[in-house]
Write a protein that binds this ligand. Structure first.
Ligand SMILES: Cc1cc2nc3c(=O)[nH]c(=O)nc-3n(C[C@H](O)[C@H](O)[C@H](O)COP(=O)(O)OP(=O)(O)OC[C@H]3O[C@@H](n4cnc5c(N)ncnc54)[C@H](O)[C@@H]3O)c2cc1C
Length: 319
């Protein structure tokens, strides 16, 4: 076996893949290989963080998309025959994984949230299906066994061991691709990254008008957290930016504390908060489904409960 390979275009996400990749490689007694995109310096870092081998992909020209790396990755895999390839499920990572899998004529399991080696020494891949209603476990009949892993699924490796040594190989040159980047424009971001928030106050359709978001904003500020929302608030009412809605088609979050205000708790939303440590909900309907998955629930009118909560929390903070 030529081991476990990990690919992420982003340094932090690669450290997350090195964490799970290391444990799979140790379990099967094989080597762990990481790809570094265009930066030799990062290669040594990845070795300190647990890789045994790093492939340095050449830097891309301005007009070359990340997908330009696909033929080089496929060629390396044909030569070295890895057993497992894991890719970060970023927008571009997903595209690369699919194209590499097609190039190698193998299967790909997307958006895996747990990985293990089973008794047949095969990769067991778990992912959420039916909008969070069920968990699917898959193995792959072909090699390499490939999976994409959503960012923040695994904690990154934090222990740097600068006594570790490994092999650094430059691969390429990369061939040209018919796809050219014509222009790059930063996306207008109106908010921070809620996937990294420790506290989230999330608003739903129970909030009657846009101006009332201030109530939730005040609570978030008192708690040192950020504001998030359900899909209708962002996509139908356009009161909040797209990147702040949580759920199946929105962001998956992992805060220490999630407070839902006027949210019914449909599965398409709660799928995105399954990893929250503590879920607290305020809803005037005692039968709202959100209460079934809440650690704390307050049955009440958010227009009464939220100002009271903010006031009390501010008072406690001053003490
Ligand atoms: C394919 C698909 C994908 C989807 N993806 C997502 C997704 O990623 N994220 C997402 O969020 N949704 C998603 N949805 C939509 C989802 O099904 C729900 O419609 C949505 O989550 C409901 O949002 P809500 O809870 O804000 O609104 P509602 O379901 O309308 O609930 C409002 C709640 O507020 C309560 N309320 C009203 N007034 C007050 C008050 N004064 N005080 C306290 N409580 C009050 C009500 O009792 C009610 O429970 C998706 C739907 C589909 C079909």
């Amino acid at each position: 076996m030529a081991g476990v390979w990990v690919f992420a275009e982003n340094y932090d996400y690669c450290l997350e893949l090195l964490q799970i990749g290391r444990s799979l490689a140790d379990k099967t007694g094989v080597q762990l290989t990481a790809f570094a995109c265009g930066d030799k310096g990062i290669g040594q870092q990845y070795i300190y963080y647990g890789a045994d081998q790093v492939f340095i992909l050449p830097p891309l020209a301005e007009d070359q998309p990340l997908g330009t790396y696909v033929p080089a990755i496929v060629e390396a895999a044909r030569q070295e025959d890895p057993d497992i390839i894991l890719c970060a499920a970023t927008l571009r990572g997903k595209e690369i994984a699919a194209r590499v899998a097609a190039g190698l004529n193998t299967g790909l399991c997307s958006e895996c949230i747990a990985l293990a080696i089973n008794s047949d020494n095969k990769l067991e891949m778990k992912r959420v299906i039916y909008g969070g209603a069920a968990m699917q476990t898959l193995t792959c009949k072909t090699r390499p066994q490939m999976a994409t892993i959503p960012p923040h699924t695994f904690t990154p490796v934090t222990e740097l061991d600068d006594t570790r040594s490994g092999i650094i190989k430059e691969i390429g040159p990369i061939s040209s691709t018919p796809v050219k980047v014509l222009a790059k424009k930063p996306r207008a971001k109106e908010s921070g990254d809620i996937t990294r928030s420790r506290v989230l106050v999330c608003v739903g359709r129970g909030v009657e008008k846009e101006g009332d978001l201030k109530l939730a904003g005040d609570l978030a500020e008192t708690l040192g957290g950020d504001l998030a929302c359900t899909r209708p608030i962002a996509e139908e009412l356009h009161w909040m930016p797209q990147e702040t809605y949580i759920g199946l088609s929105g962001q998956k979050v992992k805060p220490e504390l999630y407070i839902g205000l006027g949210i019914s708790g449909q599965i398409q939303h709660t799928t995105g908060i399954r990893d929250a440590r503590v879920i607290c909900s305020i809803n005037k309907d005692e039968d709202a489904p959100i209460f079934k998955i809440s650690d704390y629930g307050i049955v009440g009118d958010l227009y009464e409960v939220v100002p009271f909560l903010s006031q009390e929390l501010a008072r406690l903070k001053k003490k």
